[in-house]
Design a protein. Structure first.
Length: 135
């Protein structure tokens, strides 16, 4: 389980989502007068983290693992949308908003790692199918 590369990608995506909670973009989202923006960001990142961890332990059923990672990527995109919305509501990417852009970049990097995990799970599935054909 640990030696598979997609496990590393999913763990990194989970850690990046967790680190997004400690960036100024999360603080700005929670300080918004409309509470649904901050709560939407928090909930979408939390669901993405939990489904990443669940999909790590589904290594025996690769098709089910791909489905879980896709759902996680969906919530990751929603979280990235919230981060981007908060960033642009602050005035876009300027000289004084690099910390907020960093938080948004962490969420986007987590999405990239999830896409890489899907790719490597599919490669494992193709390898297993090719080995079954050889037998």
């Amino acid at each position: 389980m640990i030696q598979r590369l997609q496990t590393l990608f999913l763990a990194l995506a989970t850690l990046l989502n967790l680190s997004a909670y400690f960036t100024p973009i999360y603080e700005k989202a929670m300080d918004d007068p409309q509470q649904w923006i901050g709560l939407g960001l928090a909930i979408s990142l939390m669901i993405a983290m939990v489904s990443n961890v669940v999909s790590i332990f589904l290594y025996k059923n690769r098709r089910n693992q791909i489905v879980w990672i896709k759902y996680s990527a969906l919530f990751q995109v929603i979280g990235f949308g919230f981060c981007t919305g908060v960033l642009f509501s602050l005035g876009g990417i300027g000289t004084y908003l690099w910390d907020e852009a960093l938080g948004t970049g962490l969420v986007f990097l987590g999405l990239i790692f999830q896409i890489l995990a899907i790719r490597f799970v599919r490669k494992d599935e193709e390898l297993v199918r090719s080995m079954d054909r050889i037998r």
